[in-house]
Design a binder for this molecule. Structure first.
Ligand SMILES: Nc1nc2c(ncn2[C@@H]2O[C@H](COP(=O)(O)OP(=O)(O)O)[C@@H](O)[C@H]2O)c(=O)[nH]1
Ligand SMILES: [Mg+2]
Length: 370
C-alpha cells in the first residue's frame, strides 16, 4: 500500500469512529500515526520536487504571504500595494512562480509574496504544492484574499494550510516533552485535563517516546497535543481581505459579513477593499502593520541627530539587543549601553541595557566602546 492510500485509510477510519471516552485512546493513536505518515509524504515530495535548497529570498523587515484562489485579484493587489511592477519580475522556478513586491509603509519594507500555486499545487498533493507551502511557512503573516462573492474559499485555503502544519492565530500549545532514560511516561498538568492519561501516554509512545516527562499547561485536545509534540508546526498570525467590494450593492455587504461569520472570521476584522479601484488600501496597509506587530525605532546618531525618516523597524517585544543585532557591526560587537526616550522609557534619555524592551516611536541612542 502506498503512503497516500495509507493516509486516506486512516483519515477514513478517524472520520468513521465516533469520539468518546472508550475510543479516545484509539483515535489518539490513529492521529499520531497520521501525523507521521503525512510528514513522511512531505519529505518524499519535497525531495522529488523542485530540487534542493529552494527558497524565496527573504528581504525587507517582514514578509507577508498572499494566498487566494485564482482570479480573486492577487496580482492586482500586489501591483496596487507594491513596486512589484517596476522592480523585479517573478522568481521563475520549474514548478512554481512566486511574485514578490515590496510594500513601503511607515518606513518599513514589507515583502509581499503572491503565491498563486497554493490551491492548484497543494490540492493534488504534488511536489510544487509543498514548495508553495514552504514559502508560506517562512512568512511572518498570512494574508487571505477572498472575493466578495466567494467567501467560502476561505475554508479550503485554511484547511490546506492546516493540513500542512501551519497554525493560524494561535499560540503554540503549552506542552513540553523531555526525554529521559527510564521510568516510563509521567504527566504533569496544571489544568484538569479532559484527555485520559492512557490516551496521552499512547500518543507519546506512538511518537517514539518510551520514557519522558510531559508538562501540559492548557486544556489540550488530541490534535493540539500532537501539535505540541511535533516540532515542525509553525504559528502565524493571519488577516482576511475581501476584494472586489466595488462590485456589490451596499445591502449585500450584510450577506458577505454573514458568510464570514460562518467561517469564524469576525467581519469587523476583515478588510473590505477594491484592488482595482484602489479602495480600502490604507486600512489594509495599517492592518498589515498592526498584525505583523511592527514598531519604529528612531535612531539618534552621534553628530547627526535623530533620524525620523528611516526608522529601524523591529517587532513588538524586541529589545535593545535585537536592535543591535539588526544594526550589526559595531553595535552588535561593542555595545556599552543605550539611552532611550519615548513610550518605553521611564524618563528621557533613560540608560538601559540590551534586555530593555522597545516600543513604537522610541528614540534610541547606542553607545559603543572605542
Ligand atoms: N471589479 C473588480 N475587479 C477586480 C478587482 N481586483 C481584481 N479584479 C479583476 O479580477 C481579475 C483577476 O485579477 P488578478 O489580479 O489577475 O487575480 P489573481 O489570479 O488572483 O492574481 C482581473 O480581471 C482583474 O481586473 C477589484 O477590486 N474589483
Ligand atoms: Mg495572479
Amino acid at each position: 500500500m502506498g503512503l497516500e492510500e495509507e493516509i486516506e485509510e486512516i483519515e477514513e477510519e478517524i472520520a468513521s469512529t465516533p469520539y468518546n471516552k472508550s475510543t479516545e485512546q484509539h483515535i489518539g493513536r490513529l492521529k499520531s500515526k497520521l501525523a507521521e505518515l503525512k510528514e513522511e509524504l512531505e519529505r518524499k515530495q519535497s525531495s522529488s520536487g523542485g530540487g534542493p535548497g529552494y527558497a524565496v529570498e527573504k528581504t525587507g523587515d517582514a514578509t507577508v504571504a498572499l494566498v487566494g484562489f485564482p482570479s480573486v485579484g492577487k496580482s492586482t493587489l500586489l501591483n496596487a500595494l507594491t513596486n512589484a511592477d517596476s522592480e523585479t519580475g517573478s522568481y521563475e522556478f520549474t514548478t512554481l512562480d512566486v511574485n514578490p513586491g515590496m510594500l513601503k509603509y511607515k518606513g518599513a519594507n514589507v515583502q509581499l509574496l503572491d503565491v498563486p500555486g497554493l490551491v492548484e499545487g497543494a490540492a493534488g498533493g504534488r511536489g510544487d504544492g509543498q514548495e508553495v507551502l514552504s514559502v508560506v511557512r517562512t512568512a511572518d503573516l498570512v494574508l487571505f484574499l477572498l472575493s466578495v462573492f466567494e467567501i467560502d474559499q476561505y475554508e479550503r485555503l485554511h484547511e490546506e494550510l492546516y493540513r500542512n502544519g501551519i497554525r493560524l492565530d494561535r499560540e503554540p500549545p503549552r506542552v513540553s516533552v523531555r526525554k529521559k532514560a527510564k521510568d516510563g511516561i509521567s504527566i504533569t498538568a496544571s489544568v484538569d485535563l479532559d484527555l485520559d492519561e492512557g490516551t496521552i501516554t499512547s500518543i507519546l509512545r506512538e511518537h517514539g517516546y518510551a520514557n519522558a516527562d510531559v508538562t501540559i499547561g492548557e486544556q489540550v485536545d488530541i490534535d493540539r497535543l500532537i501539535d505540541g509534540i511535533r516540532d515542525n508546526r509553525v504559528y502565524l498570525p493571519s488577516l482576511v481581505a475581501v476584494n472586489k467590494a466595488d462590485l456589490i450593492e451596499p445591502d449585500y455587504a450584510e450577506t458577505v459579513k454573514d458568510r464570514l461569520r460562518e467561517h469564524d472570521v469576525d467581519p469587523g476584522e476583515a478588510i473590505f477593499i477594491s484592488a482595482e479601484e484602489e479602495r480600502g488600501l490604507d486600512a489594509l496597509r495599517e492592518t498589515i502593520w498592526q498584525e505583523l506587530g511592527l514598531i519604529r525605532v528612531y535612531m539618534d546618531k552621534p553628530g547627526r541627530g535623530v533620524d525620523y525618516e528611516e526608522p529601524l523597524i523591529l517587532f513588538e517585544g524586541d529589545t535593545v539587543g535585537n536592535a543591535c543585532e539588526k544594526l550589526g557591526g559595531e553595535f552588535a560587537d561593542r555595545f556599552r549601553f543605550a539611552r532611550v526616550s519615548g513610550p518605553s522609557a521611564k524618563h528621557d534619555e533613560q540608560q538601559v541595557g540590551t534586555d530593555h524592551e522597545l516600543a513604537d516611536e522610541d528614540v534610541l541612542r547606542i553607545l559603543t566602546t572605542k
